[in-house]
Write a protein that binds this ligand. Sequence first.
Ligand code: SF4
Length: 252
Amino acid sequence: MFYLTEQFFSIQGEGKYAGVPSYFLRTGGCNLSCPGFGATYEVDGEIRYGCDTYFAVDSAYAKSWKKVDDSRILVDRLQEEFTQIGYAPDVVITGGEPLMYHSDSVFYEVVSWLVDRGVRITFETNGTIEIDFDAFPAYKACVFALSLKLANSGEPASKRVIPQALKNLQSYSKETFLKFTIDKELVETTAFEEINEIRKILPELEVFCMPVGESRDTIWKNDRAVFEFCMKHNFRYSDRLHIRVFDTTQGV
Ligand code: SF4
């Protein structure tokens, strides 16, 4: 059994496959909370801090998440939607942290069905969870966007950088790349140093950097600094197309 917070057809807005029409499955729950990412929201009068997908992270929102306890129901829905779309698009499984469910039998049945159809699946993961690829071989056919968190997430390094999990994902999956969300302040301080430390663990991977921002306004505050940072260090700049186009609207 796993939780979905939303599912929708859109265009991948960030990372290596930005611009590719993709069907999104967003799971509920995360093993981190990233209070430094600047999103503020209110639960029962209490102000909380989190990332731009706090609604898929904070268990205060769990009552609105959909429980998936029968893979057939979700697979039938995907089949119907792909028929309406006219082709089987890329599927992006994001969160929260989707790999929290990697060994769940219902979740794995859905992933296996997609892999068997030849669908390219990209997991957007914080890279802290190790997968047993022998026990769950369908993951070998998947792409893993390693969205590692840096100091600006507000999480301690010991929780957000797990070398063994990163090497495991790089070694056994079809493709991995690194994706960092950084702001102007981090660019001017420790971003390069922190990214370099992570590249010592995963030296061959492409690095994508994108500006912090859960809204157009916050992206505008950070994009130029990140753009110039990428030019300076030969990293790839990734925009956040869905936020540029739709601002704070969810499910697009
Ligand atoms: S790891 Fe990702 S989804 Fe989880 S709290 Fe941090 S930014 Fe949000």
